[in-house]
Design a protein around this ligand. Structure first.
Ligand SMILES: [Zn+2]
Length: 237
């Protein structure tokens, strides 16, 4: 069942009300959600569902369901399942999510400092990484950190743009990530634009202004196979 993805239009919603569509051993489906499901390298949200009787259902993870825009809220083990039709209040672990948003947006900025095809990526609350198809000798931690932080210091507002599948097909240069093609089939593709810095397809959650990232530190750069170089970063504070 499709869920209205509230985080897509407003990544800053910390709570919302919703109604239970279904609940089984795989997870709880809702008519609308602020919980981001694991995808595009970004970890799924955690938080709580509050039932009308005051009971709290901790959500340990969020995953995509089988159909487009369906979301499975995975409760902590041993919790009672809510009933279909039941109203619930959603609360995400905002501190964790905000770190994910800052790190995720930082990767967009860093991907413009390291000019090479992106072969993979991952964002967890404490650190994030991008893998590049690039020669090791071209990667210098100090330079990457300095140049990424200089772009972050521009403090520009991010924008969400939607284009059609056909428009994206006509502009293949927008897709930097070789391993992860943007999701097709909905007829339109969501892009993140950081004016003057980056424009690429992305379904994740981002900060409104890149100044919110604050700054990054490069934790390590290492070789991950013949063509892969992994650059791992953390928030500077
Ligand atoms: Zn993104």
């Amino acid at each position: 069942m499709a869920t209205q993805l509230l985080f897509r239009d407003d990544a800053y919603m910390r709570s919302a009300s919703a109604r239970v569509l279904a609940a089984d051993e795989r997870g709880i489906e809702l008519d609308r959600t602020i919980f981001y499901p694991l995808g595009g390298g970004q970890a799924g949200d955690t938080g709580n569902l509050l039932r009308a009787n005051g009971e709290r259902i901790p959500i340990a993870d969020t995953r995509k369901g089988e159909v487009l825009d369906s979301v499975l809220h995975v409760p902590a083990p041993g919790m009672q399942r809510p009933e279909p039709g039941e109203p619930v209040t959603l609360e995400i672990d905002w501190e964790r999510r905000y770190r994910l948003m800052r790190l995720h947006t930082a990767l967009h900025v860093m991907s413009c400092v390291i000019v090479a095809p992106v072969t993979g990526g991952n964002i967890s609350p404490d650190k994030a990484r991008l893998d590049f198809d690039i020669d090791m000798s071209l990667l210098d931690a100090g330079n990457i950190e300095r140049e990424t932080n200089a772009l972050i210091a521009r403090g520009v507002e991010t924008e969400t743009v939607w284009i059609t599948d056909e428009e994206l097909d006509a502009r293949p240069e927008l897709v930097k990530t070789m391993s992860v093609q943007p999701p097709r089939g909905a007829g339109r593709v969501r892009l993140l634009r950081i004016p003057g810095i980056d424009l690429q397809p992305c379904g994740g959650t981002h900060v409104k202004n890149i100044a919110e990232i604050g700054g990054i530190r490069v934790l390590k750069i290492r070789s991950e196979g013949r063509r892969n170089r992994r650059v791992e970063i953390a928030l500077a504070s």
